[in-house]
Design a protein around this ligand. Structure first.
Ligand SMILES: Nc1nc2c(ncn2[C@@H]2O[C@H](COP(=O)(O)OP(=O)(O)OP(=O)(O)O)[C@@H](O)[C@H]2O)c(=O)[nH]1
Ligand SMILES: [Mg+2]
Length: 217
C-alpha cells in the first residue's frame, strides 16, 4: 500500500523462455516497457521492473475507493538459451530484494503457453525454481497465467474441453494452487477494458489471499 487512496500490487513473471512473459507484462502494464519478440534465443537476459500509470477508482477496500498501480518484474526465462539456472536464480533473487524487498510480493505469475502440453519434467524444473525463489509458501502466492489463448480459441477448444483433455501434470499443478489461473491473448491490440478484466481477476486472487505479501528479502 503506497498511499491512502491508492493500492500497488507487486507481480513477478516467471516461466520458460519464449512463453510470452514480457508480452504478458506489457499487457498488465498497458505499455511496451518490455522487449517482446519471437526469437530462436532467449530475448530477456536481465530482470526489469515496469510500473503502470495510476488507474483511478479501480477497487474498493474497507469502504474506500482506491486507485491501482501495477508493478511487474519481468525475468529471464528458465530454461534459458544462454544463462544457467544459478545465473537466473541469482538475477531474480537480487531483483526481488531490490524492487520488492520492502513492500513484498503479492503474486507470482507462472507463465505457461496454453497451446502447448505441460510435461512433468518441465513442470518439475519450473516449480523447483519457484520454490528456491520463494520458499515453502510459494503455493499461496502463485497463479498460472496462460498465454496464447488466441491459439486455443482458433482451435475451437472451450475451457471445459481444454481442461478435460489437459495433462495430469497441469491439472495437478492447478489443483495445488487452488485453481488460480487466467487465460490471456497477448497477440491482438489490448483494449483498456480487456486489461481491466485481467487485473480484476488478479486482484481477486490477492483479495482471497487476504492481501498478504511474501517478504522476499
Ligand atoms: N499468438 C500469440 N503469441 C504470443 C502470445 N504471447 C506472446 N506471444 C509471442 O511469443 C513470442 C515471445 O514472446 P515474449 O513476450 O518475448 O516471450 P518471453 O517469455 O518474454 O521470451 P524470452 O524473454 O525470450 O524468455 C513473441 O513473438 C510474442 O508475440 C499470445 O498470447 N499469443
Ligand atoms: Mg522476455
Amino acid at each position: 500500500m503506497s498511499d491512502m487512496d491508492e493500492m500497488t500490487i507487486n507481480l513477478l513473471l516467471v516461466g520458460r523462455t519464449q512463453s510470452g512473459k514480457s508480452a504478458a507484462g506489457n499487457k498488465l502494464l498497458g505499455s511496451f516497457d518490455f522487449d517482446s519478440h519471437l526469437s530462436p534465443s532467449s530475448v530477456t537476459t536481465c530482470c526489469s521492473l515496469g510500473c503502470s500509470c495510476r488507474i483511478p477508482g479501480f477497487t474498493r477496500r474497507n469502504g474506500h475507493e482506491l486507485a491501482l498501480r501495477v508493478h511487474v518484474l519481468d525475468t529471464p526465462g528458465y530454461p534459458h538459451s544462454s544463462l544457467s539456472k544459478e545465473e537466473v536464480l541469482q538475477a531474480v533473487k537480487e531483483a526481488l530484494a531490490q524492487h520488492f524487498g520492502d513492500e513484498g510480493l503479492h503474486l507470482v505469475l507462472l507463465v505457461l503457453r496454453a497451446d502447448l502440453p505441460l510435461c512433468e519434467e518441465e513442470n518439475d524444473r519450473t516449480i523447483q525454481l519457484v520454490q528456491e525463489l520463494l520458499g515453502p509458501t510459494w503455493k499461496n502466492f502463485t497463479a498460472v497465467l496462460f498465454t496464447h489463448a488466441d491459439k486455443v480459441q482458433e482451435a475451437g477448444l472451450l475451457a471445459d474441453e481444454y481442461f478435460h483433455i489437459a495433462s495430469s501434470t497441469l491439472l495437478n499443478l492447478l489443483s495445488s494452487i487452488q485453481q488460480r489461473y487466467i487465460f490471456i491473448d497477448n497477440q491482438g491490440n489490448t483494449l483498456h477494458q480487456e486489461r481491466k478484466i485481467v487485473l480484476r481477476k488478479l486482484m481477486e486472487f490477492i483479495r482471497q489471499n487476504s492481501y498478504q505479501v511474501l517478504l522476499v528479502k
